[in-house]
Design a binder for this molecule. Structure first.
Ligand SMILES: *[C@@H]1O[C@H](CO)[C@@H](O)[C@H](O)[C@H]1NC(C)=O
Length: 240
């Protein structure tokens, strides 16, 4: 009898999990339009053709299928022709409007999601650098459903050696991570630095962490930057 009840419970639980897709709303509070990009982890489906235009002060709600994982970022200062080919100053995905599974060129602030049956994991990562402020707010979830994100403007405090400037050189439009800028084991946590014990914060990652304590600043940053939450929907805000 107990086994029967347990089986029924499991079946109903699975059914609930399968019908309740996760809703994610992308909200552009930047004073200018952006082009969000969405890259699924290998083997997961492409959502919204991988990218689209989002005008200032507009929101777009998407359904993520169960167990989806991937990253979401903003592309900035894009221009595309009628066929969807062009270029973005930051976050560009191979010069196409619909990224179709491609990732963005660093530096770009990333919202990372791994949806689970019981628990979702999410974080905002500066491991690939920074282009815009970005936050993740969980809505109506259970558990450790904390805010994640980077609210400050890191471009204005970006060290010279990490800066990405607009083509007229007037403006800092992105801030590279030290790993992306220098590609050395110490900053990328590779080789003999390939463990949390060996790969410590650096003067560069500390700048990111100090400004944005609720974001992942380097590959082996404190795992408290990762949040777990269940049964939630999510709001991703660009320029909160
Ligand atoms: C925006 O893109 C144009 C064309 O590629 C470029 O000339 C300009 O410098 C960019 N502006 C910024 C702020 O990135």
């Amino acid at each position: 009898m107990l086994r029967l009840i347990l089986t029924l419970f499991l079946i109903s639980n699975i059914a609930v999990t399968e019908v309740s897709a996760t809703t994610i709303t992308l909200y552009n509070k930047c004073p200018h339009q952006i082009w969000p990009g969405l890259q699924p982890t290998a083997g997961k489906p492409i959502i919204a053709q991988g990218g689209f235009n989002l005008p200032s002060n507009n929101a777009y709600t998407l359904q993520l299928p169960p167990l989806w994982s991937g990253r979401i970022w903003a592309r900035d200062n894009c221009s595309f022709d009628a066929t969807g080919h062009g270029h973005c100053t930051t976050g560009d995905c191979g010069g196409i409007l619909s990224c179709n599974g491609l990732g963005g060129t660093p530096p770009a602030t990333l919202a990372e999601f791994t949806l689970g049956n019981d628990q979702d994991f999410y974080d905002v990562s500066l491991v690939d650098g920074y282009n815009l402020p970005l936050t993740i707010t969980p809505l109506n979830g259970n558990g450790k459903c904390e805010f994640a994100g980077c609210v400050r403007d890191l471009n204005v405090m970006c060290p010279m050696s990490l800066q990405v400037r607009s083509s007229d050189m007037n403006q800092v439009v992105g801030c590279k991570s030290a790993c992306y800028a220098f590609n050395s084991p110490e900053y990328c946590c590779t080789g003999s630095y390939g463990s949390p014990q060996a790969c410590k914060p650096t003067s560069y990652s500390r700048i990111f962490k100090l400004a944005c304590p609720k974001a992942y600043s380097y590959a082996f940053d404190d795992p408290t930057s990762i949040v777990t939450c269940s049964m939630a929907n999510y709001l991703v805000t660009f320029c909160p």
